[in-house]
Design a protein around this ligand. Structure first.
Ligand code: CTP
Length: 398
């Protein structure tokens, strides 16, 4: 933890009494700690105690006298931000982009990974609107430090008790350790669909959402890897600042960007659903309806990006492909593994419920060059991404 810059955001919850202990533990582990609070949090824990322990002023106002508190710089200063305790109110505001206090302004302008440790009474914790808000925070790439079952401020016993300071420190320590596993490495990811223009108003596309590829980009970046994400038309956004997104539209644009970057990459993951064919000619004007019942469109094969990278791949580079199949899944996946010279292929079948395009979950099997086959259960795409990253780390040439 030495030298790590940790920003703690405290919101109004009785569990705030534990934060001086958290600050003390982090300082003892040689981290640099700064604290921001919501105005309500001051009723639960003393700013004086926190500033004494952290050795820095503690702030809770966007403006003090005539001075503006620079939340942007604070958000950029931090290696990680931890919102703890995160009350139901603060979580709801974070999930919806509200910005009416210093903690929220700092959260919105932070460029670092953000951890959230919820604390509230069980009935609030179980409320669907709170669960929705928490899911939104996960979707935005925040890391949730789960609450546990135990004694609550109301005197009841149930879910919603904030994680203990020791547990929070453990999670952060693991995060920093993990992060270092891919620092200094560079990765290229293709994701999303491609759109092939027929005329100025029509295109050939597919239902890929880009969720799987963006989750892989974030999971690699969470391990300290610098990631170039070449993203087809998609409304998905990477949340980690180490991900540099290059937006493209067509298979050919995706090919050009991939080829120009690949030489400098240690890792390449081709998760995009690239069009296999593109209109041979794109009409410059809108194609008008004809008298005949049929319209013929001539298509030309696109360049296979994965195969092209496989042909120039060096021994120190790791290449990962995807296969989305509907029949003979295993034999097609193995064929792609060999023909495209990938190190492993991630297979998903559209026959599996909850897998493939558009879903938040996926069910994959990984086939490696050495014949190893690893099936995984149906799980959120963010977790599938982590499984894929673990496989990458285990196979990455030294
Ligand atoms: N791929 C690619 N460039 C293409 C087509 C596919 O990089 N022009 C990559 C995909 O990103 C994926 C893998 O190749 O990693 C397999 O894609 P898929 O569409 O399943 O297979 P195809 O090779 O296109 O074959 P088919 O559509 O016949 O299954």
């Amino acid at each position: 933890m030495k030298g790590k810059k940790i920003l703690i955001g405290i919101s109004g919850s009785i569990a705030a009494y534990k934060i001086p202990i958290l600050v003390r533990l982090l300082i003892k582990a040689h981290a640099e700690v700064r604290v921001v609070m919501t105005p309500a949090a001051k009723d639960f824990v003393s700013p004086l105690v926190l500033s004494t322990l952290s050795k820095h002023n503690v702030t809770w106002q966007l403006f003090e006298d005539d001075a503006w508190e620079n939340h942007v710089m604070l958000g950029r200063w931090a290696d990680i931000m931890i919102v703890t305790p995160a009350s139901a109110n603060t979580i709801a505001k974070m999930a919806n982009g509200l910005c009416d206090n210093l903690l929220l302004a700092t959260y919105l302008s932070s460029t670092c990974p953000v951890f959230v440790a919820p604390a509230m009474d069980e009935d609030m914790y179980e409320h669907p609107s709170h669960k929705n808000n928490l899911n939104k925070l996960i979707e935005y790439g925040n890391h949730i430090i789960p609450s546990s079952h135990g004694e609550l401020a109301s005197g009841l016993v149930g879910m919603g008790r904030m994680a203990e300071p020791e547990e929070i420190v453990e999670q952060i320590t693991t995060f920093f350790k993990k992060k270092e596993r891919l620092s200094g490495k560079k990765a290229l990811i293709t994701a999303g669909p491609t759109y092939e223009n027929i005329d100025p108003v029509r295109f050939i596309g597919n239902y890929s959402s880009g969720k799987m590829g963006v989750a892989i980009a974030d999971a690699l970046a969470d391990q300290g890897c610098v990631v170039h994400l070449i993203l087809g038309p998609s409304n998905q956004k990477a949340s980690n600042a180490l991900v540099k997104t290059i937006n493209v539209r067509s298979a050919n644009e995706m090919y050009e960007q991939s080829i120009s970057l690949f030489e400098k990459m240690d890792i390449a993951v081709m998760s995009a659903a690239v069009a296999d064919y593109t209109p041979t000619n794109t009409a410059t004007e809108k194609i008008k309806k004809k008298k005949s019942e049929d319209l013929e469109l001539t298509l030309t094969k696109t360049k296979d990006i994965l195969k092209s990278l496989g042909a120039i791949k060096q021994d120190n580079q790791l290449l990962v492909g995807f296969a989305l199949e509907s029949v003979n899944e295993k034999s097609y996946a193995l064929k792609k593994l060999e023909e495209k010279n990938a190190d492993f292929i991630v297979l998903n079948s559209i026959r599996d419920k909850g897998a493939g395009f558009g879903h938040d979950t996926n069910k994959v099997t990984i086939f490696e060059k050495n014949g190893t086959e690893t099936p995984f259960s149906l799980k959120p795409k963010t977790e599938v991404a982590q499984d894929i990253v673990e496989k990458i780390i285990s196979l990455l040439p030294a």
